[in-house]
Design a binder for this molecule. Structure first.
Ligand code: ADP
Ligand code: BMX
Ligand code: ZN
Length: 291
């Protein structure tokens, strides 16, 4: 039997790789199209996936958005250039003509991180701070997906009732304050209109005060989110990923803000062991686990 092709679709980048006993092979990555036209996404996927046609037997996809019956519904369409409803599973099945399975990107990454933990660790969460803020939750050794695929979308819980309007149209979501997109937006008055999250982190590394404040505000919102998750779920560990979550200095700030909370809210926070490959590794493992 041939190996599995894993695909990770985020708001900023789409990664693809073959996953087998040798690990992650032939990894490739392109920018996510920023367009409301589904045909633009079709074209990018066709170009990225077709070279793997002869080498794989099935396809495991981790994608941003609410995934229900293989259809991607954006909770925050702005993260995908306005693309809202997209029949992801059927598009990929049409391109590669292989069985295709799809779950949410953060849910997949949580499953990958959970596999790296000690066997007695039964309850954990993974949080990605990236284009948006997403999460996956494992309770009692099982990935929680939810009846409609929505479980884990804690980036859209309330951080500040007077905060910015989120791309999901609710006011003051964690994502509207803490995401890479929000960090970039907050940086524009100081660093210019082309500012994005990565640019704010460059200034942060140079100890720029405005960048430090913007990133601290993001880390504070994520620390509060982690405290809330501990209270709701009694999880034992949080793995932090995404380009912002993995950026130098960020996790220390989250740990610092959480350390200001009373003891019952404290929890171990670690960087995602699988790094930027967590979604790819997790979705392949999850599909094999459930076949
Ligand atoms: P995706 O959301 O597609 O999974 P990422 O995890 O790379 O992609 O997150 C994209 C966000 O992270 C953007 O807001 C971008 O500006 C920011 N970003 C990208 N690279 C870095 C970096 N090296 N340090 C900090 N932030 C980054
Ligand atoms: C958003 C939401 C989640 C996703 C999270 C992280 C959309 C399109 N996405 O909250 O489904 O898990 O972003 O996604 O509504 P990423 O693109 O930042 O990796
Ligand atoms: Zn929201």
């Amino acid at each position: 039997m041939k190996p599995c092709l894993a695909v990770d679709i985020g708001g900023t980048k789409i990664a693809v790789a073959i996953i087998d006993s040798g690990g992650v092979r032939n990894r490739n990555q392109v920018s996510t199209p920023s367009s409301t036209d589904p045909e633009d996404m079709d074209a990018v996927l066709e170009q990225l996936l077709t070279p793997f046609l002869a080498d794989v037997d099935m396809v495991a996809v981790a994608s941003t958005g609410i995934i229900n019956n293989g259809i991607l519904t954006a909770l925050n369409p702005k993260n995908l250039g306005g693309l809202n409803e997209y029949p992801l599973q059927s598009v990929i099945e049409r391109i590669l003509k292989k069985p295709t399975y799809v779950i949410n990107d953060a849910q997949a990454a949580a499953w990958a991180e959970y596999q790296t933990l000690e066997l007695d660790m039964t309850d954990m969460a993974f949080i990605t701070v990236s284009t948006g803020v997403g999460a996956g939750i494992v309770i009692n050794n099982e990935l929680v997906i939810g009846t409609n695929g929505i479980a884990g979308h804690v980036g859209h819980t309330l951080a500040d009732p007077n905060g910015p309007i989120c791309g999901c149209r609710r006011q003051g979501c964690v994502e509207s304050i803490a995401s890479g997109t929000a960090i970039g937006q907050a940086g524009k008055p100081f660093f210019g209109d082309s500012c994005d999250g990565e640019m704010v982190f460059k200034h942060f590394a140079e100890k720029n005060k405005n960048a430090q404040e913007i990133i601290s505000t993001s880390a504070q919102a994520i620390a509060n989110l982690i405290a809330d998750l501990k209270m709701v779920l009694d999880i034992e560990l949080v793995a932090l990923g995404g380009s912002v979550g993995l950026a130098p200095g960020y996790i220390q700030l989250v740990q610092h803000h959480l350390s200001q909370q009373p003891k019952p809210y404290q929890i171990k926070i670690q960087s995602a062991v699988c790094g930027a490959n967590a979604g790819l590794i997790g979705v392949e493992n999850w599909v094999k686990h459930n076949l």
